[in-house]
Design a protein around this ligand. Sequence first.
Ligand SMILES: NC(=O)c1ccc[n+]([C@@H]2O[C@H](COP(=O)([O-])OP(=O)(O)OC[C@H]3O[C@@H](n4cnc5c(N)ncnc54)[C@H](OP(=O)(O)O)[C@@H]3O)[C@@H](O)[C@H]2O)c1
Length: 320
Amino acid sequence: MARAADAVLETSIVGSFTKFGLSTRRSLPQWPADPAPHSLRDHVVLVTGGGSGIGAECARQLSMLGARVLLGVRTPSKGANTAAWIRDTVPGADVDVIDVDVSDFSSVRHAARNIVANELRLDVIVHNAGVLPRERLDSNDGHEITLATHVLGPLLLTELLRPALRASQNGRVIFVSSGGMYTQRLPVEDPEYHVGVYKGATAYARTKRMQVALTPLLAQRWAGDGISAHAMHPGWANTPGVVDALPGFHKVMEPLLRDARSGADTIVWLAASHPAPSSGRFWHDRRERSQFRIPRTRHSDQDVVRLWRFCCDALELPAV
Ligand SMILES: NC(=O)c1ccc[n+]([C@@H]2O[C@H](COP(=O)([O-])OP(=O)(O)OC[C@H]3O[C@@H](n4cnc5c(N)ncnc54)[C@H](OP(=O)(O)O)[C@@H]3O)[C@@H](O)[C@H]2O)c1
């Protein structure tokens, strides 16, 4: 009965993605339990884009569970303000700011070196940093900016931090994707979006699709190191990113939007639940969800491998 009610919500999109989705699901029987208090004591977590919105609230929730929190930010003032807010609101909070522009490979390498030098282990990475550009931009390394921010930078960061995640013995990597990815097919022929008229929302959705498509492959790749990989989407949350990138949507939908804490709910659950949720899956509101809503957006396993090889070439990583 609970599963049927959840499934009805899931088909409706608005019913699922808005604040009603989470509040209704929470009230259903079989809602998965919250992480236990102190479940992240002695754990170290990194949240990219942790200076605002869902990332900031996620970092605060993880801190409340006892984690040492590293806020990965590219705007130092936002990191400092969020760190101060967490220290003010969470007694005994252990939080530090790491400067990192995840779209910039040299910044990613520098941040990873810092983390490896200063932390004995890393238990969770939340790849939350996200961008929806108004016009085409390329990263410092010459990659389309959403590809660099959502896919290439996070993959490089994770690969560089693998030894620290391995030391956790239960490392978890979480990609914060978007329900917008349901509208787009995996762009294996043109991952850099050279063909056609560039639209920021399309680039955003394609690269969020890539995160979800790559997650099962990454789960296999990292399993030998005891590292799990998860993708999720937060629904529609009222954050500075939505106000800035989608002002019309925000104006119309504001009364229905989740707050940032509700947007962070499934991230925190994936990060802190014991035992860990199954690796390689796509989640929303603490349940596994289909990767597809529209038949024309389906891809094959070979498409995913092709995309993975492209990423490895771009990052000069071994594919196996
Ligand atoms: N809110 C929603 O309804 C919604 C829906 C679906 C998915 N999401 C996803 O949720 C995540 C958080 O978004 P949000 O809504 O909380 O928006 P937000 O408040 O704008 O947060 C995004 C954060 O990412 C940071 N960021 C962007 N590019 C970065 C880079 N290259 N390096 C490091 N940090 C970078 C931003 O930092 P600066 O401020 O310094 O640019 C900002 O702090 C994103 O991945 C977004 O795609 C959100």
